[in-house]
Design a protein around this ligand. Structure first.
Ligand SMILES: Nc1ncnc2c1ncn2[C@@H]1O[C@H](COP(=O)(O)OP(=O)(O)O)[C@@H](O)[C@H]1O
Ligand SMILES: [Mg+2]
Length: 437
């Protein structure tokens, strides 16, 4: 082989020729070569250009043109109504989020309409607090679907301070870039959800030594610029980061950041502050029942203030960049019962549809659904375990049913959920000759 390495004639990077893949275009006479990365970029450019009908040059203006329409179509009450179709309770959170999203895109429009002006409207990034499985992720995912905007969840606890082993904060933007089908323009007005945000709190809280937890604080520091708006550079997935690797640049100015987590124990910080002001909460008994604990949590969590977050270990600069605080409640048994049946995509509705395709009518007894809710509450993971509990019971049904094409009826009782009896299959309109699954 004439060459062991060559310099890419486009990006200038030296490429070692280790296999055929390293030399897809290389003229052995002149040494003119284009590296694989550049070919990929060119290919992607052509693909995007062709599929987008030449929208690339119009760039930002294409989304700008639709912004007015997006705002007119998705005013806060409309967003809330849409969220209501999927999310039970959390009225306040749905309202706050609807307004925050609306304002975010309004701000973007203002900025575009007033190009050159320096009177920018502040970003409305959101911090969202609420127990596990109460609908944080679900709410955001539905919001992004309604607005038809790319959405990516990144686990904040997986991020590390720059220079340490692990994922840099840029990974959050890279995830959004992939969710946006690697379209930079779409990425630049998407929604990033930083989940498990409480896990990057300084472990020691505000009034302890600064050296206690440099790692987590470093991650928070790393996020600062990104939250406010800066150009973030990252490499394609699976590419090692080195100075010459081609990078993708994304401006985060118009990305809506939402930081969320359970913030376990924050209600105690809130309570201490509220108590100091001599406001006594009316939950008196010595050993509070679960209902009391939940009611107290719900009462307190909505009163959270920036200083409580600071005590929890979020640095003040971050809190300053998350001006909207959105709080969610613990879901009680009645709420879980509703989640099983009422949302557009409720688990019970989904199973009904699945079985209807096999000519089978599925019936859950009320007591059975209540039992599912009770078991979910015992597992302390909010609505998250509902589907799993039903799935366990439905497995045998879904295995047995397709053996015949006869129209039938299946009844799920409380005992079925408890595992004490098998669901029964009846011929349609006949409940005498039941056969067990
Ligand atoms: N308030 C709610 N209304 C309807 N479904 C909910 C609600 N809360 C949780 N769920 C359901 O429970 C599951 C877990 O919720 P998720 O949003 O992931 O919880 P988290 O608050 O931990 O992010 C999802 O499938 C979601 O559809
Ligand atoms: Mg979540």
């Amino acid at each position: 082989m004439a060459f062991e390495s060559y310099h890419c004639s486009v990006c200038g990077r030296r490429v070692k020729i280790q296999s055929r893949a390293d030399m897809p275009v290389l003229d052995p006479n002149t040494g003119f070569g284009i590296c694989r990365n550049c070919i990929k970029s060119i290919f992607r450019f052509i693909e995007e250009e062709e599929s987008g009908g030449g929208k690339i040059r119009a760039g930002r203006r294409t989304f700008a043109n639709t912004l007015g329409e997006l705002l007119a179509k998705n005013r806060p009450h409309v967003i809330k109504e849409y969220l209501d179709e999927f999310i039970i309770m959390q009225e306040r959170a749905k309202k706050i989020l609807s307004v925050a999203a609306y304002n975010h895109y309004k701000r973007m429009k203002y900025d575009l309409d007033n190009r050159g002006g320096d009177d920018e409207i502040d970003k409305s990034n959101v911090i969202i607090l609420g127990p596990t499985g109460c609908g944080k992720t679900a709410m955001l995912s539905h919001l992004s679907k309604l607005l038809d905007i790319p959405f990516a969840v990144t686990d904040a606890s997986s991020l590390t301070e720059a220079g340490f082993v692990g994922a840099d904060v840029e990974v959050a933007v890279r995830n959004l870039y992939y969710a946006a089908g690697r379209n930079i323009e779409k990425t630049e007005h998407g929604i990033i959800y930083l989940d498990e945000f409480d896990k990057i709190a300084r472990k020691s809280g505000a009034n302890n030594s600064i050296t206690a937890d440099p790692g987590h604080e470093g991650v928070q520091q790393g996020l600062l610029k990104m939250l406010e708006g800066s150009v973030v550079e990252f490499t394609e997935r699976g590419q090692r980061k080195h100075p010459e690797a081609p990078t993708i640049k994304v401006d985060t100015k118009n990305i809506l950041f939402i930081c969320g987590g359970a913030f376990v124990g924050i209600e105690k910080i809130i309570e201490r502050r509220v108590r100091k002001g001599n406001v006594q909460m009316g939950f008196g008994s010595d050993i509070p029942s679960r209902e009391d604990t939940d009611a107290k949590y719900n009462e307190l969590i909505h009163q959270v203030r920036p200083e409580d977050l600071m005590k929890y270990g979020i640095i003040p600069e971050i809190i300053g960049r998350l001006p909207v605080i959105c709080t969610l409640e613990t879901l009680d048994e009645d709420a879980l019962l509703k989640i099983l049946t009422e949302p557009k995509n409720a688990p019970v509705k989904q199973y009904e549809k699945l079985l209807a395709m096999d000519n089978v009518k599925l019936e859950f007894e009320e007591a059975a659904l209540r039992q599912v809710a009770k078991m979910a509450i015992e597992r302390k993971t909010g609505a998250r375990s509902l589907k799993g509990i039903i799935e366990d019971v439905m497995l045998d049904v879904m295995f047995e049913i397709p053996k015949s094409t006869e129209p039938r009826r299946v009844v799920i009782t409380e005992a079925c959920i408890k595992g004490d009896e098998q669901p029964k299959i009846f011929p349609l309109d006949d409940d005498k000759s039941a056969e067990a699954v």
